[in-house]
Write a protein that binds this ligand. Structure first.
Ligand SMILES: *Cc1c(COP(=O)(O)O)cnc(C)c1O
Length: 369
């Protein structure tokens, strides 16, 4: 891997291809694949990842918000894009950029139909979201008549899919709950199909769902975290390759005497002689304050260097006592050899959070496959 002169997030597109093919190998050949690229493709680079997924043969993309979809359209992405969480104020942009809304409530349905009618849209693609237990977004059984009454004779829109989301797909202890969600979704989507008189695609599984509930693939699956190389369990992680590697560099080395302190609020105070390295990465780059005081550990020449004291906005200081290194040497925060999941665990969080936290200030470097 090339040497860095500044904090850099290196994105390995051959790892993305590997993960895509691995996840595809877990589903039936005829099952369609939706790549989730919300939140800058889990903190990487939404445009680069979306283009690669288009090349790899993904059938759909999904983002959370309308402005993410607009960004993709403005860079020439042609795949259909599902917007998981549109708001009424987004409808004009959605339609202008040919983005497909998840319709998750009576309120959103009514307002979208009004917009579709005023723009005289013809069979505009929409996706009906059912709530089967996550209790976050989605219609319930008692809304079925309302949905079909509103949509059935309506030429302005066409339901291209129905979908739902599992609450605990990675948790074997919640297997019964997940199976109940799947059964509920089957029932709800079946009932809606009956009322509409046609059968839109159905999709329910996220990455861990693909691994744990192969019987619920329906016509499409939706994967995010797996594409980026994380599978929510060690056995799956072993088959995936992290796409993102976060590297930085030692700016300065200090020798700290006993009774000296390091950083703001003197949060670290030294009992003995210590060697510290100052790194050009801080909470404004995504290394939150929860990683301070030993919770976050970086790697220098294969050796562990814990963050000492408080995380600053633009810097962290790490303990390099006993590590043979010098100013200008490379530092690994996370990557294939030290996963973002293990870095996140130190601060009691998950791969999703540390990955999506890496801010836009951090330089991205793309490694082609
Ligand atoms: C984010 C998201 C996904 C992707 O989940 P992963 O666990 O990252 O695979 C799928 N579906 C919905 C509705 C989501 O919000």
């Amino acid at each position: 891997m090339s040497k860095v002169g500044e904090t850099t997030l290196v994105l390995d597109l051959s790892a993305l291809a590997h993960n895509y093919h691995y996840l595809r190998s877990k589903i039936k050949p005829e099952t369609k694949f939706l790549g989730v690229v919300k939140a800058f493709a889990y903190g990487s680079d939404m445009v680069v990842i979306a283009k690669k997924l288009e090349q790899l043969g993904a059938y759909y993309l999904a983002v959370a918000y309308e402005n993410e979809g607009v960004l993709l359209r403005n860079t020439g992405i042609k795949l259909p894009i599902l917007v998981l969480h549109p708001l009424a104020s987004n409808f004009e942009g959605l339609i202008k950029y040919n983005l497909e809304p998840s319709i998750y409530s009576k309120n959103i349905l009514t307002q979208f139909l009004a917009e579709a009618s005023s723009k005289q849209l013809d069979a505009y693609p929409i996706h009906i979201k059912f709530n089967t237990g996550l209790n976050r977004l989605g219609f319930s059984e008692s809304d079925l008549d309302f949905i079909s009454d509103e949509i059935k004779e309506n030429r302005n829109v066409k339901v291209v899919s129905t979908f739902s989301h599992l609450a605990a797909s990675e948790d074997a202890n919640e297997r019964e709950f997940s199976l109940n969600q799947i059964a509920a979704f089957k029932k709800l989507s079946g009932a809606l199909n009956q009322k509409l008189g046609y059968a839109p695609m159905r999709h329910m599984l996220n990455t861990s769902g693909i691994i744990n509930y192969p019987e619920a693939q329906f016509e499409m699956v939706r994967s995010g975290i797996g594409l980026y190389g994380y599978g929510n369990e060690a056995a799956v992680d072993a088959s995936l390759q992290p796409v993102a590697t976060l590297k930085t560099i030692i700016s300065q080395i200090h020798h700290i005497g006993p009774n000296e302190s390091v950083g703001y609020n003197r949060a670290f105070s030294s009992q003995e002689l210590k060697k510290t390295a100052t790194l050009p990465i801080g909470h404004a780059d995504g290394i939150g304050r929860q990683y301070g005081k030993g919770k976050g550990i970086v790697t220098i020449h294969g050796k562990k260097a814990p963050i000492i004291g408080n995380v600053c906005m633009d810097m962290i200081m790490v303990d390099i006592t006993g590590i043979d290194c010098k100013e200008g040497d490379e530092v690994l925060v996370f990557g294939p050899d030290k996963s973002a999941e293990s870095f996140a665990e130190g601060a009691n969080t998950i791969s999703y959070e540390i990955l999506t936290a890496i801010s836009q200030r951090v330089k991205r470097e793309v490694k082609e496959g």
